[in-house]
Design a protein around this ligand. Structure first.
Ligand code: C2E
Ligand code: MG
Ligand code: MG
Ligand code: MG
Length: 291
């Protein structure tokens, strides 16, 4: 059964509510003050190494605890922030907070690589690389402990900006990942030129693995493609043991999803990664297929 960890996110404000014009206006206004009022936080979801079943990193996911609506999904407020020019501020806060957290975990003896999600706006921002470099320096964190996830769709939107930002981040030693891979259309030749370290297979394919031969073929092909390009493959949205077993048999490098753990607070993550919850999940690795 899926392991549940503390601090799981309850989305009380559904995405469709964000389409109401007046509700949107109100939400937009509230979002302007969210940062100053300390309503934003990062939750962290483990990534599990397919070889040894150990935690090999975490993804930082932004959370907004609205005073009336409760936890608002980033699916709602990231789009709002993009539209109303607030994403730069939010993005900078995420960068700094992630670096601060890496340093804090380090002091407590945990060396975790943290992935942050980068928006389209940030990707086009010429000062992003310097901003990240400064945040790393401010908190005394090595660049290799930070990973930036950029969705395939965004990466392909503005290939010039993608190439420039990826090159800049790779130069300072930050790791790069193509998120939600398979949901857009990549030029393979272009993909080959990006200094990325990993590909994350979109949740929709993982979801269909057990029941769709086509999904299995696509995922199998993506794993082979990624390995041919020297990229690690991460599967996101793993919810069942059957999905895990299929992915391990295909030699998927890392797994992430509710089956292992939900996104949780920094404190819960520390307990989870050192505690019995982690061991209980990971001590029973599925047999690997030969090859
Ligand atoms: P993403 O980067 O693809 O993150 C994965 C999403 O899937 C997260 O949703 C996570 O909570 C959810 N998830 C993880 N495992 C499972 C599972 O097993 N089953 C299911 N059904 N879902 C799972 P979340 O936190 O609501 O974030 C949604 C999206 O919002 C993210 O997709 C990302 O694109 C964006 N986002 C989140 N935080 C940030 C941020 O700090 N900055 C930016 N620019 N975007 C962010
Ligand atoms: Mg992501
Ligand atoms: Mg993703
Ligand atoms: Mg996704």
């Amino acid at each position: 059964a899926a392991k549940r960890a503390g601090g799981s996110c309850h989305v009380l404000f559904e995405p469709h509510m964000g389409s109401d014009a007046s509700a949107q206006l109100e939400l937009q206004n509230d979002l302007r003050h969210a940062l100053a009022r300390g309503e934003l936080s990062l939750h962290y979801q483990p990534k599990i190494d397919g070889q040894d079943g150990q935690i090999c990193g975490v993804e930082a996911l932004l959370r907004w605890t609205h005073p009336q609506h409760g936890m608002v999904s980033p699916a709602v407020f990231i789009a709002l922030a993009e539209r109303f020019g607030l994403i730069g501020q939010l993005g900078s806060w995420v960068i700094d907070e992630a670096c601060r957290q890496i340093a804090e975990w380090k002091r407590r003896g945990a060396n975790l690589r943290v992935a942050i999600n980068i928006s389209a706006h940030q990707l086009r921002d010429n000062s992003l690389v310097a901003r990240i470099e400064q945040a790393l320096a401010r908190h005394g964190v090595p660049a290799s402990q930070l990973l930036c996830e950029i969705t395939e769709t965004v990466a392909m939107e503005d290939m010039k900006a993608t190439q420039r930002t990826f090159d800049g981040l790779a130069r300072i030693g930050v790791f790069l990942s193509i998120d939600d891979f398979g949901s857009g259309y990549s030029s393979l030749n272009y993909l080959r030129q990006l200094p990325a370290r990993q590909l994350k297979i979109d949740r929709s394919f993982v979801n269909d693995l057990e029941f769709s031969e086509d999904a299995r073929s696509v995922v199998n092909a993506v794993v082979k493609l990624a390995h041919a390009l020297n990229l690690r493959v991460v599967a996101e949205g793993v919810e069942t043991a059957a999905q895990r077993d299929i992915l391990l048999a295909m030699h998927c490098d890392e797994l992430q999803g509710y089956f292992f753990a939900r996104p949780m607070t920094a404190q819960a993550l520390l307990a989870w990664s050192s505690g019995d919850q982690a061991r209980g999940t990971l001590d029973t690795p599925a047999p690997r297929a030969g090859g």
